[in-house]
Design a protein around this ligand. Structure first.
Ligand SMILES: [Zn+2]
Length: 135
């Protein structure tokens, strides 16, 4: 199994933003890792279908390392569906489900069998964005 240290802040924000703007449809993509950090999202075509997992042909998957998937639920329920679990078991070990309101806590990560797993959000060193914490 590929070693994944975490997901970059930018990749996570991309997923949340894409999920938000796809409403009321689902957004779906595949996660690519560079040097152990999930930093690229491959958008899957035709994700307006709620059964997108059923018809992603395996031969379409690119040869670059895929460590898992991401998709959104239009309703605030992050639990993987039966179709999700089938897809998870075929496509890597990190599976993100985002759900309304798509803020920084509105997502969960699961392993290939649908169990919750931790995923660390890694801040970019390049941006040097100051972090403001509410009092
Ligand atoms: Zn789902």
């Amino acid at each position: 199994m590929r070693r994944v240290k975490g997901i970059s802040r930018e990749a996570l924000e991309f997923i949340l933003e894409a999920s938000r703007s796809s409403m009321p449809r689902e957004f779906a993509g595949l996660l690519q890792a560079r040097e152990g950090v999930i930093s690229e999202i491959l958008i899957l075509p035709g994700t307006e279908s709620s059964e997108w997992m059923a018809w992603v042909p395996v031969y379409m998957l690119p040869s670059m390392p895929i460590v898992g998937s991401c998709h959104s639920h239009p309703v605030p329920n992050p639990a993987p569906s039966q179709e999700d679990l089938e897809f998870f078991s075929r496509t890597g070990s990190y599976h993100i489900i985002a759900f309304p309101p798509f803020d920084e806590r509105s997502w969960r990560c699961y392993d290939s069998s649908g169990r919750r797993r931790d995923l660390i959000v890694i801040e970019s060193n390049r941006a040097q964005t100051p972090v403001f914490r509410p009092e």
